[in-house]
Write a protein that binds this ligand. Sequence first.
Ligand code: NAG
Ligand code: NAG
Ligand code: NAG
Length: 140
Amino acid sequence: MKAFAVIAFALVISVAQGTVYSRCGFAQTLYYDYGVTDMNTLANWVCLVQYESSFNDQAVGAINYNGTQDFGLFQINNKYWCQGAVSSSDSCGIACTSLLGNLSASWSCAQLVYQQQGFSAWYGWLNNCNGTAPSVADCF
Ligand SMILES: *[C@@H]1O[C@H](CO)[C@@H](O)[C@H](O)[C@H]1NC(C)=O
Ligand SMILES: *[C@@H]1O[C@H](CO)[C@@H](O)[C@H](O)[C@H]1NC(C)=O
Ligand SMILES: *[C@@H]1O[C@H](CO)[C@@H](O)[C@H](O)[C@H]1NC(C)=O
């Protein structure tokens, strides 16, 4: 019983804290679960997420100078993409807080951003990954 209680407690903590992926864990998840099998594309997504959220699926950015805020692994902005405190369009059709801890929803929204603006939509990518994203071949 005691062991069970400890396990149950640990589970609650891990849910409350969400997931911080390892670099290779995130690369493998995108590769195997989301079909990102082009290694150059994969390297760019991994680099982007590293600099945007440090692979933390609960990451909520500080409020930006313009009053907007960024949510989740891909730091999706609440002005145009998700529904949050800022009155705005909601192109992904989802509450910003629903992106937290939900890779599937976050990935779908990030794909929409990417289709419209490419990797350049993310400062984390522009400032750290454009042409310099490290290979993730070591993860496979
Ligand atoms: C607000 O600032 C953030 C961070 O600098 C930026 O990504 C976003 O595009 C800005 N949004 C607007 C509507 O100016
Ligand atoms: C993740 O988000 C999707 C889309 O909104 C939703 O259908 C799904 O139930 C969510 N998953 C979890 C674990 O919350
Ligand atoms: C990315 O880097 C290349 C090479 O340095 C540069 O020509 C290009 O303008 C950069 N892209 C963006 C969107 O800044």
